[in-house]
Every structure is written in structure tokens, then in C-alpha cells.
Design a protein around this ligand. Sequence first.
Ligand SMILES: [Zn+2]
Length: 202
Amino acid sequence: MTSFTKHISFIEKNFAELKPSTEVALDLKYATTDNFMKQNIYDGFNRCFVSPVTHLMFIKACVELRLFHPDLKFLIWDTLRPRSIQAQFYDHLKGTPFQNYVANPNPGSLHNFGMAMDLTLQTKDGVPLDMGTGFDDFADLSQPKLENKFLASGQLTQQQFDNRLLLRNVLENQGFQVLEHEWWHFNALPKDQVYGIFPILD
Ligand SMILES: [Zn+2]
């Protein structure tokens, strides 16, 4: 039994569910074996929850997308994640060159609070926009802080660069903040406004 099923009433009481819609598609990667753990780590639990704060911000981003980019929708890869699973990720990558890509379960990732979203954009026909790397590609090329360098060197094309900017603009217009080393990860609030204030999913 995963923490999701064990704590389902806590989740349904404290978090808001996102369902597929005109602006939203779901492909929850950790509920499949197509992820860096190569395991169905969520044991098939493929419902998408976020904190109410995140939900409000994200719905506004959906409205912006509908108005200004009606040919696109969000493709969500991961949102609320239990801290117990965060610990498994952390142990898996500890001591490897990739350990900076996974937050320490103490005090926890913002995913454990439903305050972070991993997502991209796709066409209404279901074709993901080319962002230069895929989800959880733990490579320098995934890092927003290095994008200008990679654009100059040609490792990122102008189109890939622009696609990332589009995703970022739509979300950051509503107050989300991209993580500097993962183009697909957005925080709804800074950590110091979350820890000790909002409920965490253990
Ligand atoms: Zn993330």
C-alpha cells in the first residue's frame, strides 16, 4: 500500500484534484514504469492533486492558455508526491552526480506539499512541444540557468528555447517559479512560505 492509498482521506480533505480537461492532459510518470526509477513507484495511483493555493494559480494559467494559445494544453507529469516516496528517490540518487535533482526528504520537496508541478506543453492533438530534453533528464541541457549558453552553442535550437520560454511565461505570469536546473519543475510558493505552514503528505 502506498502513502497515497493509506492517506487518501487526508489527501481529499487538504488538496485539490486536477482532472483532464480542454487545457489539461495527465501522464503521471511515477504511476508507470517510464521514469528514472524504472518502477511503478505510485503503484498505479494516477490521480493528480495539488494544494488549493497551487490549484488557484494553475487554473488562472489554464485561462491564459485558453485565451492566448488555444492550440495548446498542459501535460502534467507529477504534482503531489508523498515524502516517503521522496525518501526513496533521494536514497536512489544519493552519492551519484544526479543527487542535486532530488530534494532531501528532510525538510521535504515542495512536491510533498502539493506546491510543485512537473509539466510541459503539448498540442491539442497530443504532440508534446520539443523542449530539448525530456522529463527527469538529469543533464545540464535541462537547466534553465544554462539555456542562453546552450542556445549560443546550438545545443538548444531557437524553437526549443522559445518553447521553454512559452511554458515559463504562462506559469510565471501567475506567480509560479521555475527551478533553475529543471525546465519542467515549477514551484507555486517559495519554500519559506510553505514549510511549517502548509500540510505535508507523509
Ligand atoms: Zn518536480
